[in-house]
Design a protein around this ligand. Sequence first.
Ligand code: G6P
Length: 472
Amino acid sequence: MAKTIIVSNRLPISLRHRNGKFEFKPSAGGLATGLGSIYKSGENIWIGWPGNTIEDPEQRAEIILELHELKMAPVFLSKEDVTKFYEGFSNETLWPAFHYFTQYIEYNPDHWESYKEVNRKFCDAILKKADPDDTIWVHDYQLLLLPQMLREALPEATIAFFQHIPFPSYEIMRMIPWRKELLEGVCGADLIGFHTYDDMRHFLSAVGRITGLSSESGYIQAENRIINVDSFPMGIDYGKFVKQAKSRKTQNIVKNFRNQVGDQKLILTIDRLDYSKGIPQRIHAFHDLLKDHKELHGKVSMIMIVVPSRDKVKSYKELREEIDLLVGRINAEYSTLNWVPVHYFYRSFPFEELSAFYSMSDIALVTPLRDGMNLVCKEYVASRGDQGGVLILSEMAGASKELRDAILVNPNDREGVKSAIYQGLKLDESEQKTRMASMQEVLQRYDIFQWVKVFMDRLEHVKSKQNELTSK
Ligand code: G6P
């Protein structure tokens, strides 16, 4: 029977080093949960990088066995691959370009070579497991060349690609010297998905202008196949956030946290360390609020959680220093003996504590400068069993297309963000409820399981349409 193979750069696991041995725990992330019903059943499997460089053949053999138990297979990357493919081409070329940070784009031919080689490594690992009629679902910008590599080796296979980050306009795409190869790489798939309609339009326009392939109504006409391109906004495991927020464990943490911070209003921000998230801009807006509204001193604090990420990449290191400096300044300027404006945490938190932060915060301030989707804002909304709380959301996040009842802001508009926070602090309870209820309805209906189902159904539809066309 044909099987399904999920592929992403990172496997959905967290890794622990214990007594000289690596131990893997399946991750509880949204995508992993949503795809759980797929990769955990039958002969299906998830293929990807375990997230560490492991050179010792014995250790590799052990890891293969351990991951096999979890229905996963590793692609091992060398230190050089990590530097050139992961930190280099993926995160110093594609990531900044796709998020419109053209000033950070590196054009390094050596990194490009490594990107091709590592995509080939993934292809080889998949070919060891795949049969000709399998379904292979490739995820994200680290593996743009993989669909076409797979197509050449397995012309009959069903291949899908989903991009989790934005797709930029043609004007940005054309800056990348290897743009044609990248686009042709993705076009090896039968179905190509993005979070938003705009991303999909940008992709189709770039394909048309750069590869010359024409498209109509979301279908690209390739030499001997059709390729469907569409938007599939990703949801979260809504029920899991509702349940956790209600749990005794989280409620006890909320009480404990509240005892520590008192009854002041709390503004929550949670991000991976990334320049696309607009963290410094947000601190500036909060600074302006405190400057203009002395009556808020001692009455409102920001809880800022930044999860460490890509810390070897220069722009990330610099960002961390900038945040340290800005938090230091605002706290130095305004703190009193019993009040700190910004509680800054540079680390990750366990799920039950995150749930407590979501449950107890009066405002979630989610203001990325660019974001493919952004799930933090969705998690906040799902965690509000009381339908209280206010979401302030950047129009530059994919999620803003769905969450129209948030207070939407332009994250570059410092004055606008400041006013939105002020408005959020004053929003009355019934208005909070109306907005929250309507956003909850959207998220509950279109959760991660529904997302997977809609995508897989479409893939099946595209494949049968293709078969119809070729048998004519
Ligand atoms: C984004 C990307 C993912 C990536 C994640 C964490 O969400 O879309 O592909 O895995 O960031 O980044 P990292 O570089 O640690 O894998």
